[in-house]
Ligand binder design. Structure first.
Ligand code: C2E
Ligand code: CA
Ligand code: CA
Ligand code: CA
Length: 274
């Protein structure tokens, strides 16, 4: 029911309807896009800080033709999550990444996992099935998970992570520095790696607090047998600072943007790979 004379209320309702329509349109688009094979996966290099060698790539979903305007992965992934389509989309990305990289034997691949996928009790089984079908070694797969779900459902999260690790898959805590948990608390999940978010890593050098936080995180993580990756490395100066802070791996536009498989292959063949 509308409030009498509620001009702002009416405006709010109109905006709300508009947003709901947008969401429904995007949802239908994702559903059709999955059926029509519209989604693509791009790969961004992750380099070893000590040597500059590309040892891994992160798989990032793309929706070609739809990303002009505002429809980047941040937006359509959120709609996929709220509509349940993330299960299908997430497994598509995993399968495509494994198929694409299977014969690049010295590369690992990091695949992002949404909290909604983790909630699915079949998740670890579905991952195992994809790896078996594609014949991709679990030791070359890392799954990147964010903190939120872990805090809400710690028991399920611990069980899922343990089951995935038993398969030989590595687990990375993604977006570290954007949540609230201390690294000591997160220790119980048994992460193999922590990825420092670009919002924190990007301030190293310019902001003494950020610099101290990153160095401290690296020290504690390493003491707990976890490795550290920094993302959002955009300049050579940045790379030097983050390496000095102890980060073992670096990722960002300075080393390479996310690119289609063919471009990744070309870039890899142009550098010396020990
Ligand atoms: P994320 O997992 O934190 O991924 C890193 C994002 O930072 C990517 O944005 C990447 O393109 C961007 N990036 C990389 N290097 C730099 C840099 O040097 N500077 C800056 N400013 N940005 C950099 P992208 O591809 O737009 O993805 C956004 C987010 O969407 C991802 O954040 C992730 O949360 C989600 N996402 C992308 N692909 C997938 C997927 O396949 N599954 C799931 N569940 N989420 C995905
Ligand atoms: Ca990620
Ligand atoms: Ca991030
Ligand atoms: Ca993220």
């Amino acid at each position: 029911a509308k409030l009498k004379g509620g001009n702002r209320m009416a405006q709010f309702e109109a905006e709300f309807d508009h947003e709901r329509n947008m969401r429904q349109t995007i949802e239908e688009g994702i559903r059709g896009g999955l059926d029509r094979g519209e989604f693509a996966v791009h790969y961004q290099p992750i380099v070893e800080a000590a040597t500059g060698r590309v040892g891994a790539v992160e798989a990032l979903v793309r929706w070609p033709g739809r990303e002009e305007g505002q429809l980047g992965p941040d937006v359509f992934i959120a709609v996929a999550e709220s509509s349940g389509l993330i299960h299908q989309l997430g497994l598509f990305v995993l399968r495509r990444a494994c198929e694409d990289l299977r014969d690049l034997h010295d590369l690992s691949v990091s695949v992002n996992v949404s909290p909604a996928q983790f909630r699915d009790p079949n998740f670890e089984y579905n991952v195992a099935e994809v790896l078996a079908e594609v014949d991709f070694p679990p030791s070359r797969l890392e799954l990147e998970v964010t903190e939120g779900y872990l805090i809400e459902h710690p028991d399920r999260a611990v069980a899922a992570i343990a089951a995935l690790k038993r398969q030989g898959i590595s687990i990375t805590l993604d977006d570290f520095g954007t949540g609230y948990s201390s690294i000591g608390y997160l220790r119980r999940y048994g992460f193999d790696r922590i990825k420092i978010d670009k919002s924190l890593a990007g301030r190293v050098g310019a902001d003494p607090q950020a610099t101290a936080l990153v160095s401290g995180t690296v020290a504690i993580a390493n003491a707990l047998a976890m490795a550290v990756t920094a993302e959002g490395v955009e300049t050579a100066d940045h790379a030097l600072l983050l390496r000095a802070a102890g980060c073992q791996k670096l990722q960002g536009y300075h080393f390479g943007r996310p690119v289609p498989l063919a471009d990744l292959r070309r870039a890899l063949s142009n550098v010396d790979r020990p």
